[in-house]
Design a protein around this ligand. Structure first.
Ligand code: GLN
Length: 536
């Protein structure tokens, strides 16, 4: 069959769940027996979000191939249960970098390089790379931002051209809007949706479907009005009220006519009956009253929960699988550093120190690791969280606070965490870390091997610094086990404490491989230990 393309644009305001909607629609199509991939087009000029502050952008999501991507790709992978690759996140920066380097090479043979056709062609080439590299039969393409953004124009123009290139029967446009409610009268307003569709049509795109998001239920009359003014079949205006739980969204969309309309319009018949049993069980479990576990998440961007999206989700997946509710206590590492918030740690049944960069708050994270070690509180350290756990223990063994990572104290006499040799001479910051999937061998009998039930695993990485091997013996003797190593045994990938209920740190990011119905083994191991505290 021809590759089918579904293009998803947003109108009125951003941050109303376009990424999750794309992910949920992806799942709907997969449930009907199709190979699906999802691509995000991000109109900003950064080449990737890897160099952006999490305050700007939320978490940086890492793929198997090491691409540093938008956090929406995390939703796509989790909802559809697929692995995406680097062509699945395109930015204006990448597009221009490619076109300009071709121009410098002389590839355009003296031509004048313009937004149309050169930039739009490059965007279209990248869209078509998705089915080529993933084998997807249906490609969903989500455009970041909202219609009317200046920087989004070349992307929308490329999408408009795609219909001519691939044909009406192989392309479909969904526009997602927001229907606000006016306080004084309590009335829901369709005008912003009308304006946004008008804007989209002025670019040459007529939506085939409108998904109208709102915090309040919308009646048929309202949908009919949107249909009339926006020139869309009434059936193809789909109201979507804000869901209580993220994971309910695929089930809610399944109940609508979306799946039917999309397939019919693309000339496809479902290959199998959707089977939502596992998802339904998951959502039911989420609604069930469960014993609560308090898990402290100690980070430096905790005001913005999106900065820890995958950690949050992976913890939830594990907790659900064990029948408990994880109540995250967001603790600012700078507060702990200043001695505030220690009472919160005392309340915690478990502590997570997630990934991070830079010195701010680092002493607070070390304090959290010390608290976990001394008080036998289950601890999971992710990347920086593992480094912190190692620094803390080395300080304890060597009896000096001068132990550090050279990231935070370049002159430390005890650099137990140090720059990887191949990182020393790098001058570029973007895309130059140790990134993506690497194998890790597990030590038989360790907590890690027990959790994974395997002797080797592959996990996603994003770091520059690593454990310094000259400290291995002294720490091992003192009770720290290096239970995960690279196959050549040069890199420590997992460290764990002996004689502790659960204190384990990974140099990689297990949170990126956790799926709602397939929780990650290390998170499960951690939450199991946490659960013992809850029922204590
Ligand atoms: N800053 C640390 C490093 O670069 C940890 C990175 C991380 O937590 N992702 O090694």
């Amino acid at each position: 069959m021809d590759t089918k393309y579904i293009f998803l644009t947003g109108g009125v305001v951003s941050s109303v769940g376009k990424g999750v909607t794309a992910a949920a629609i992806g799942r709907l199509l997969k449930e009907r027996g199709f190979e699906v991939s999802i691509q995000k087009l991000d109109p900003y000029i950064n080449v990737d979000p890897g160099t952006m502050s999490p305050y700007q952008h939320g978490e940086v999501y890492v793929l198997d191939d090491g691409a540093e991507t938008d956090l929406d790709l995390g939703h796509y992978e989790r909802f559809v249960d697929i692995s995406l690759n680097r062509v699945c996140n395109v930015t204006t920066g990448q597009v221009y970098a490619e076109v300009i380097s071709k121009e410098r090479r002389g590839d355009y043979l003296g031509g004048t390089i313009q937004v149309i056709p050169h930039i739009t062609n490059e965007i279209k080439r990248r869209i078509r790379m998705v089915p080529k590299t993933t084998g997807a039969e249906i490609v969903l393409v989500e455009v970041g931002g909202t219609v009317g953004d200046i920087e989004g124009l070349p992307f929308l123009e490329a999408l408009r051209q795609m219909r001519g290139d691939v044909g009406h029967e192989n392309s479909l446009y969904i526009h997602l809007t927001w229907v606000p409610r006016i306080g004084a009268t309590g009335e829901l307003k369709t005008k912003p949706t009308q304006h946004s569709v008008r804007e989209l049509r002025s670019i040459g795109i007529s939506p085939d479907m409108i998904i109208a998001r709102s915090d309040y239920p919308m009646d048929q009359e309202l949908c009919d009005k949107i249909a009339l003014f926006c020139d869309v079949e009434p059936r193809a205006v789909v109201p979507m009220v804000t869901a209580e739980l993220l994971y309910e969204i695929p089930l809610l969309i399944e109940k609508t006519q979306v799946g039917d309309i999309l397939l019919k319009r693309l000339g496809l018949a479902p290959r199998k009956k959707p089977n939502w049993r596992a998802w339904e069980k998951l959502v039911m479990e989420m609604h069930r009253e469960k014993p609560k576990a308090k898990i402290a998440l100690v980070g430096k961007y905790v005001e913005l929960h999106d900065a820890y999206m995958s950690v949050r989700e992976a913890t939830r997946h594990a907790a659900l699988s064990l029948g408990i509710e994880d109540e995250i206590m967001w603790i600012h590492s700078s507060d702990l550093e200043k001695g505030r918030g220690v009472e919160l740690l005392q309340e915690a049944d478990g502590i997570i120190v997630p990934g991070g960069f830079g010195e701010r708050g680092i002493e607070g994270k070390i304090r959290a690791a010390r608290y976990a070690r001394e008080n036998n509180i289950p601890y999971l350290g992710l990347c920086l969280g593992m480094q912190v756990m190692v620094i803390e223990f080395t300080r304890h063994i060597l009896e000096t606070d001068e132990v550090n990572s050279t990231e935070f104290d370049p002159a430390t006499p005890h650099p137990v965490i140090d720059l990887m040799p191949d990182q020393r001479d790098l001058t570029d910051m973007g895309g130059t870390m140790r990134l993506g999937l690497y194998p890790c061998q597990l030590k038989a009998g360790s907590r890690a091997a027990e959790a994974y039930k395997s002797d080797s695993v592959n996990e996603r990485h994003r770091h520059r610094f690593e454990f310094k091997n000259s400290y291995r013996d002294v720490l091992q003797e003192a009770g720290m086990q290096f239970s995960g190593l690279s196959p050549d045994e040069r890199l420590v990938e997992i460290a764990e404490m002996e004689n502790h209920p659960f204190m384990l740190g990974t140099q990689f990011h297990p949170e990126f491989l956790s799926r709602p119905t397939r929780p990650h083994p290390l998170f499960v191991g951690f939450v199991k230990a946490v659960k013992k505290n809850v029922s204590r």
